[in-house]
Design a protein around this ligand. Sequence first.
Ligand code: NAD
Length: 487
Amino acid sequence: MTSDVLAAFDIATDHCLIGAHWQAPAGGGRLELINPSDGSTLCEIAAGGATDIDLAVAAARHAFEHDWGRTTALQRGRVLSRLGALVMAHIDTLARLEALDVGKPLAQARADVVALARYMEFYAGAADKLHGQTIPYQDGYTVYTLREPHGVTGHIVPWNYPMQIIGRSVGAALSTGNATVLKPAEEACLTALAFAALAREAGLPDGALNVVPGLGQDAGAALAGHRGIDHLSFTGSVNTGRLVQQAAGSNVVPVTLELGGKSPQVVFEDADLDAALPFLVGAGIQNAGQTCSASSRILVHRDVHARVRDMMAARYRELRAGPALDDLALGPLVSSRQKQIVETFLQQGGDLSVAARGEIATGAPAGGAYVAPHLFDDVPAGHPLAQSEIFGPVQVIIPFDDEAHAVEIANGTEYGLVAAVWTANGARQMRMAKALRAGQVFINNYGAGGGVELPFGGRGLSGHGREKGFEALYAFTSLKTVAAAHG
Ligand code: NAD
């Protein structure tokens, strides 16, 4: 079935795209790609390395200097617009590919395809609306600013939302005229290859998008430390983010880091609990909890603690994890390694009260990387399960006494990615929005539908820099000030 799905894109999965050519990596290396729903081998992928990254960066440089970097904003917008339409035309195949590769339930994979297309539409439309400013200055001068592409941008992407993260990062970089080198994750790179094939079909010139799959310590490290890149966008774990920042820093290359999170939803006693419930649970178990902005901490005012716990517990008992194509609430985790990581965390919660757990669906293949979702109750704010990013379907409920206590707990981790507050009190909404340490704060919702228009990024260990929306266009451009003296 995988090969049927892949045939739609006419690509060999064990190739890299470098300039005009799909080619085997220089070292001939290959990696097995595993279907996490049953543990079977999906296909082989390229294990690219430093030589392939060198070639990809050179191809991107050529495209930047001779082709894509010389296009008008209008031309770039038109290519991205065609690409968005092509992505939507392939929604079924792209969604199946992502479901097989990541283990993501089909409906969630379809939502990712729609998001990828939306990024293309948004950055297509934005291309010719990004402009500099004029600056009132002394008599005798006209001063203005130009927003120019950096040149060659590197994009290191994780496995949990390949299409969305490629969309937001590569989309914004291409929109502003950069030529790109993409290193997808070794666990899930098929939609990156399919996207590249569609980009060529949309008319993106050779070298504007190069894709080199491979291991992080090989292809990823080579890209992060490459002297030929002018900007690096990294999404992944904190530890890798540190390495990548150091490598790019040694070349004084600007870096956007989108790392993890331990994002809270704060539920006050006056909240509309029925409206909150789908978000309280959904934001924790979406993509089996493997979401950087997953809401893994539910902070509840003591007056409604028992009620919220019981409502969430009832929902949890209905949750089933099964094969991605069965499209249940949860699929497997991305790999048996990730499953082990999450199970180790669950063992650390042995001293805690489990409010409820879901189930692994009857008949789910034994080789799949399934973990039943777990809801822990009354968890001390300093407990490892309330502090560490688990990256699995695990949520903790933490009761609080009052607003100040809620803020203290909410801000009491090293992360700061996303937060939500549920309350009918308008003044409290505003106070909380200011007090919460996060890159995004949601009031009486969580995620706002994931809008591509909404700038996104973290504080603290969640990273720095902003992607999505217009902010990404600023990040992927360099500002030049021009001062003309004319007497
Ligand atoms: P990871 O850091 O292991 O891998 C991410 C990417 O980095 C992969 O492509 C990998 O091959 C590459 N990589 C690994 N070692 C490298 C090295 N030494 N040099 C350069 N590149 C290297 O992370 P992961 O396990 O793939 O993803 C999970 C993490 O990503 C979680 O912590 C999650 O919160 C985070 N994440 C954050 C966001 C966000 O937007 N903030 C989005 C998705 C995932």
